[in-house]
Design a protein around this ligand. Structure first.
Ligand SMILES: Cc1ncc(COP(=O)(O)O)c(C=O)c1O
Ligand SMILES: N[C@@H](CCOP(=O)(O)O)C(=O)O
Length: 421
């Protein structure tokens, strides 16, 4: 099957353009990449972008920094860029010691131009939209996708329409979409029903859909995995044993797995060296965890979802059929954490100087839980992905952090207040 970790590089079909084509993950049917607008196969299954000759890790050397360093693994040489990628791989020594693993690095995707990993997908997705000649871009969003779409759409000179679950999107994200000139529709429903509507609009030809159902988005997000492997190998001379990441619509899990499969195809990564993909969800929105625990091939939709980590308040992860094989074939796992555990991990990261929004902290909360349950071993080298910046959700930061203390307007009062001698 095409999603096997050890599947060989495919031969280019007749429909390929410059060695690139779209392929159905279930049936292997192939489609020309840019002849028509297409998000799924004729049978309604997920599509992947395929390359006749995936590059090796060594091929990226000397190619600059950021997402477009990896242009040989992308459908274009350059995109609509702000620019994005090249995010820090922080050390977190106190957390590492406290959780008890050999190595802990934090890949902070909150340091992208709009403050989340979505920028990596949009630089490619908006470039494809230009190729297809569309003018109205749209997405459903728990916030970050809409912020990124609005910014990259503005950069590309295109109209943007975003559908948000009313009352469930953090303030910073709505502010971004508003200022970057998106038309914002607040829907009386959850993220999954917003996505249903955007899919309907896209099928009617009203908008070009730029959620992660769009296979080109995931090409950009694939570069997270490539950056982690390059940076980790440069620092330690080996690859990490495990990558722990928050899971919502499961796009990143699918994208990282695709990055690793392509490196295996190129011969630059041994299947044994592929990091274990380990997904973390909030207890109130954990259909992927349920599917992993039950050995299912797809998730069952959760109609009721709730968590303070609003970015991952998702009950119907559209990329599950791509992401579940990724978790299984890399010997990874998935775990659910409580909102209290997420908040505590957000504080832990902040005390290492790393400011993240709640969903991002789920990765660290999940690692802590899996380590204390003995699923993660003490000798493991682990990278946790933190997906969005602290300022995305100021309310959550206020709740998790210290209370401001009122004090009178004099040095004496301040000295008195802080208990100075
Ligand atoms: C901050 C943040 N973290 C994690 C996720 C989940 O990522 P994915 O949908 O790729 O699983 C999202 C959005 O879905 C997000 O906005
Ligand atoms: N957290 C996401 C949810 C949508 O995910 P997508 O990757 O499918 O666009 C958001 O920020 O909206």
């Amino acid at each position: 099957m095409s999603l096997d970790l050890t599947a060989p590089a495919p031969d280019a079909p007749d429909v390929a353009e410059d060695g690139v084509w779209l392929e159905c993950i279930e049936t292997g049917e192939t489609y020309a990449p840019f002849d028509e607008i297409r998000y799924t196969s004729d049978g309604g299954h997920l599509l992947e972008v395929k390359y006749a000759d995936p590059p090796a890790l060594e091929d990226f050397e000397g190619q600059g920094r950021g997402v477009w360093r990896y242009r040989d693994a992308l459908p274009f040489e350059e995109g609509v860029s702000l620019p994005e990628g090249d995010t820090p791989l922080h050390e977190a020594p106190r957390l590492r010691e406290d959780i008890g693993v050999n190595t802990l690095r934090i890949k902070h995707e909150g340091m992208n131009p709009t403050g989340s990993f979505k920028d990596r997908g949009m630089t490619v997705g908006v470039r494809v939209a230009k190729e297809l000649g569309v003018d109205r871009l749209a997405c459903a969003s728990t916030g970050n996708t809409s912020a990124a779409l609005a910014a990259y759409g503005a950069r590309g000179g295109m109209q943007t329409l975003v559908l948000l679950p009313s009352g469930k999107v953090a303030a910073g994200k709505i502010a971004q979409a508003a200022l970057h000139d998106a038309r914002i529709l607040e829907v009386d429903g959850n993220f999954d029903s917003c996505l249903d509507i955007v899919q309907d609009l896209a099928e009617r030809g009203e908008v070009y859909l730029l959620n992660s159902l769009n296979p080109f988005r995931l090409e950009g997000q694939k570069t997270i995995g490539l950056e982690i492997l390059e940076e980790f190998r440069d620092d330690y001379g080996r690859f990490p044993d495990r990558i722990v990441l928050p899971v919502g619509n499961a796009g990143n899990t699918a994208a990282l797995y695709k990055a690793f499969r392509e490196l295996v195809q190129s011969g630059s990564l041994d299947p044994e060296e592929v990091p274990k993909l380990t997904g973390v969800q909030a207890e109130g929105a954990a259909p992927m965890v349920e599917a992993v625990e039950n050995g299912w091939e797809d998730t069952e939709r959760w109609d009721e979802v709730e968590t303070r980590a609003t970015a991952i308040r998702i009950g119907n992860p559209v990329n599950a059929p791509k992401a579940l094989p990724g978790i299984r074939q890399t010997n990874g796992t998935a775990v659910a954490v409580s909102d209290a555990e997420i908040t505590s991990a957000q504080r832990d990261l902040a005390r290492e100087g790393i400011g993240v929004e709640p969903a991002s902290a789920a990765s660290v909360a999940g690692l802590r839980k899996l380590r204390s349950d003995g699923v993660v071993d003490a000798d493991e080298d682990v990278v946790c992905l933190t997906t969005g910046h602290l300022l995305k959700d100021p309310d959550a930061a206020f709740e998790a952090g210290n209370e401001p203390e009122p004090v009178a307007n004099s040095t004496e009062s301040v000295l008195d207040h802080i208990g100075a001698e």
